[in-house]
Design a protein around this ligand. Structure first.
Ligand code: NAD
Length: 421
């Protein structure tokens, strides 16, 4: 469903009128394309507590190193660094704050580092013009490279107000920059349409052999997409009791990237919700994710240095009226990620993360009643809905062979939705 308001505000009369009426003014976001692989303009590197350069021009991005901030006095350095430059950051530009892990033995340091979170989220809500602000907590700068590349690129257009923790760890070094997933197999569930189809296309762009899995009723679409991507299709209902075993049997060389994307909604308030609407959503969105993951690990079908990316939702983080079933299932995905991630990495060298989309323009959200849909689109810092490609790019970053130090994270792709962000 096209966002006509966004198109209108992109015209001169639309800009004039919406400004006069004090209505939201969504900026046209710059997204990745082969012609626009990076943001135009310099990246300004600042360090909290060190003098800021005097002439800055219009940087496309600012990276502020605040890892050394250990107390409230140190936070003054954050203000001193960004206050003079924030106005000049280009439209659709990026601010990335680098923080340090919270020190359990030093409550002054922990307070100051936690303060960066509130700072980042608040700046994201006020900065406007399609600009995003994110915080990366890191211990090892080299391990954070794939994350910084993503956040400083057009690929992260709809990711704002996020706190991403990157631990230590080294990934493979012989990675093809253009096709980082070359030679790898990616399985994407629910990939015949919507977000899943965009994920399949993006992982194929990055070099993966993609297996497009969807229900038998969507087999024709799945086959057509697989043909276009040079991948393969698998017609399978992911809720089948033996789905994991069948996938393992089909993919004899194992899976390098597993994207649990298939999902459904069956909305009703709890008072009106029959048990079958509850159980179908829990089964597709959560039970099948647990079941297939367990079966694939048991069959040793997930390769070393593999990636699992599950799909949560902001409804699972903030809750949503009419979605007790869906909210429960998506919060369950978060629980799964937090519990499994450390073990999967220690035992199998596999990372487990989740994307949590906000309002994304797909058939699922086109079915939402008009006023709720319009509210969903505007109630975020970028005042617009995201596109399937925004979730797909975030998934591709988590799937990247060099993202091995990103584990157990739930990354919202929601334009910093007012719901739970
Ligand atoms: P969509 O309805 O457009 O596509 C979902 C796909 O999953 C369909 O192709 C469907 O056939 C497939 N599917 C459903 N049940 C399946 C099953 N049992 N086995 C195999 N495939 C199955 O949905 P979408 O908007 O692209 O959403 C994709 C994911 O993102 C879902 O997990 C959804 O909950 C999540 N999400 C979407 C939004 C949004 O705004 N669109 C927001 C938050 C989260």
């Amino acid at each position: 469903m096209a966002d006509r308001y966004l198109r209108f505000t992109g015209t001169a009369p639309g800009r004039f009128l919406t400004r006069r009426l004090g209505l939201p003014q969504p900026a046209e976001l710059i997204r990745w394309s082969p012609e626009r692989a990076s943001l135009q303009g310099e990246v300004l590197h600042l360090t909290a507590g060190k003098p800021a350069p005097t002439a800055v021009g219009h940087p496309s991005a600012v990276v502020l190193d605040a890892t050394g901030v250990r107390d409230v006095e140190g936070l003054a350095g954050v203000h001193a660094a960004l206050h003079p430059v924030v106005r000049s950051v280009a439209a659709s530009g990026r601010i990335v704050v680098l923080g340090a892990p919270l020190d359990a033995a030093d409550h002054h340091q922990a307070a100051a580092q936690q303060a960066l979170e509130g700072f980042t989220r608040s700046l994201g809500k006020e900065i406007g013009r399609g600009r995003t602000v994110n915080l990366v907590r890191l211990t090892d700068r080299a391990a954070a490279e794939s994350t910084l590349r993503f956040l400083l690129s057009p690929k992260s257009a709809y990711v704002s107000g996020q706190v991403i923790e990157v631990t230590e760890g080294s990934g493979p070094t012989d990675i093809d920059g253009e096709r980082p997933l070359a030679g790898r197999t990616a399985l994407v569930t629910g990939a015949a349409r919507g977000i899943g189809a965009a994920v399949a296309e993006t992982l194929a762009r990055d070099g993966a052999h993609v297996v497009v899995l969807d229900v038998p009723q969507a087999e024709a679409e799945a086959r057509e997409l697989a043909r276009r991507l040079g991948g393969s299709a698998l017609a399978l209902d992911i809720t089948a009791a033996d789905a994991g075993e069948r996938i393992a049997a089909e993919l004899a060389d194992g899976i390098d990237v597993l994207v649990h994307n298939a999902g459904i909604t069956r909305d009703r308030r709890l008072v009106n919700m029959p048990a079958d609407r509850w159980s179908s959503v829990l089964d597709v969105n959560l039970a099948s994710v647990l079941r297939t993951t367990d079966a694939l690990f048991a069959a040793k079908a997930i390769n070393e240095n593999g990636r699992i990316i599950a799909t949560a939702s902001i409804a699972g983080l903030a809750g949503n009226a009419g979605q007790t079933n869906y909210g429960a299932s998506k919060a369950g995905v978060v629980g799964l990620v937090h519990s499994l991630a450390p073990r999967a990495l220690a035992e199998h060298g596999v990372t487990v993360n989740a994307v949590a989309p906000g309002f994304i323009e797909t058939k699922m959200t086109a079915a939402v009643p008009l006023f709720i849909r319009e509210a969903g689109r505007r109630m975020n810092s970028l005042a617009q809905g995201g596109l399937p490609i925004d979730v797909a790019e975030t998934t591709a970053w988590l799937a990247h062979p060099a993202s091995g130090a990103v584990n157990g994270q739930v990354v919202r792709v929601c334009g910093q939705s007012l719901l739970g962000a």
